[in-house]
Write a protein that binds this ligand. Structure first.
Ligand SMILES: Nc1ncnc2c1ncn2[C@@H]1O[C@H](COP(=O)(O)OP(=O)(O)OP(=O)(O)O)[C@@H](O)[C@H]1O
Ligand SMILES: [Mg+2]
Length: 314
């Protein structure tokens, strides 16, 4: 069953077309990664999906029901972790959860039970009495996530939940997401950290400038660009002349240098590995050589002509 079906969504802010005929399907039980640089339209798409903002045209069904005429019912079954940390600063961690649980109609013993379970789930039980301002960035993120989980949504939307936190908190959050998914929660996970998706998402949708530009499993996406191979070699003397010679080889798409390491992107089957090695040998020693599988980052680069990181990371 499809948890979400969005079709031909168009959204403008003034004259700017922010969502340009976007389609998005999310299957029950999957973790779908939504990837795109700053300003791609990820948050706008999520907000249109969750009924937080309207859109100019298009269709949205959630849990098989038309969104607009079933909005309250749908909202009760969705958890949304906002991109900006949204906690109430003069309430303790526990009180924040009680507040958000209350909004979703939980009360009495059930609310108390859910709050304690959720604190435990995100590893904040010992800090439940503290105010969020006393928390590290990672703990605030975990509490932000907990607030979207307290009513046990069937479908969880997370808008860049790991921006700006330490690796340990990030791993904790990623583990929490996997656990939720194993328990049956469908998850839409927005990020511009590709390495997270590589291990987390069953399927990835890539957005750029209001368009969905590609979608599929990571293997499918990587296959799209398998006409390329990437060779890295470390050499003793990475001179300009060496780079120039490598660039002249047939089928070479790109040659870049970082200190002693040279990265070559070449068409598959052009036989450039052997040729590059023999040229590099003429210029001195080769310290190491690796041929690499393309990654999601390479897919993005090939499809958009730009690096995701150039989009800037707050
Ligand atoms: N309320 C608004 N009013 C006017 N323009 C907006 C509004 N919200 C978003 N935009 C514009 O829409 C475009 C998409 O923004 P959006 O926040 O959806 O991108 P994003 O992919 O979530 O980016 P980021 O990775 O930075 O969060 C941007 O150009 C942004 O400036
Ligand atoms: Mg955003």
């Amino acid at each position: 069953m499809a948890v979400v079906r969005m079709k031909n969504i168009i959204k403008r802010y003034g004259s700017q077309l922010v969502l340009d005929n976007v389609d998005l399907d999310i299957a029950e039980g999957e973790i779908l990664g939504l990837l795109g640089p700053n300003g791609a339209g990820k948050t706008t798409l999520i907000h249109a999906l969750a009924g937080i903002i309207g859109f100019d045209s298009g269709e949205v069904d959630v849990f098989g029901k038309e969104q607009n005429s079933n909005l309250l019912e749908i909202k009760r079954q969705i958890g949304l972790v906002p991109q900006e940390i949204s906690l109430i600063s003069d309430l303790s961690a526990r009180e924040n959860l009680e507040f958000f649980g209350g909004i979703y109609g939980l009360k009495g013993e059930q609310l108390k039970k859910r709050v304690e379970e959720t604190l435990e789930f995100v590893g904040l039980t010992e800090h439940a009495r503290k105010l969020p301002v006393k928390f590290s960035g990672g703990m605030q993120r975990r509490l932000n996530i907990a607030c979207a989980l307290v009513h046990r949504p069937k479908f969880l939307i997370m808008d860049e939940p790991t921006v700006g936190i330490d690796p340990q908190s990030r791993n904790h959050i990623l583990e929490t997401i996997r656990k939720l998914n194993r328990q049956g929660t469908t998850i839409l996970y927005t990020t511009h950290y590709m390495e997270e998706l590589q291990t987390l998402a069953q399927r990835v949708v890539i957005m750029d400038q209001g368009h969905v530009i590609a979608g599929g499993t990571i293997n499918e996406l990587v296959k799209k660009i398998q006409h390329e191979e990437k060779i890295r070699m470390e050499v003793t003397s990475p001179t300009d002349l060496l780079l120039e010679k490598l660039r002249k080889l047939d089928g070479i798409k790109q040659v870049t240098r970082n200190h002693k390491e040279i990265t070559i992107i070449s068409q598959v089957g052009a036989g450039n590995l052997d040729r590059a090695l023999s040229i590099a040998k003429d210029f001195g020693g080769i310290l190491s050589v690796t041929a690499e599988e393309p990654t999601l980052e390479d897919v993005f680069l090939t499809l958009t002509g730009k690096s995701l990181r150039d989009g800037g990371e707050e």
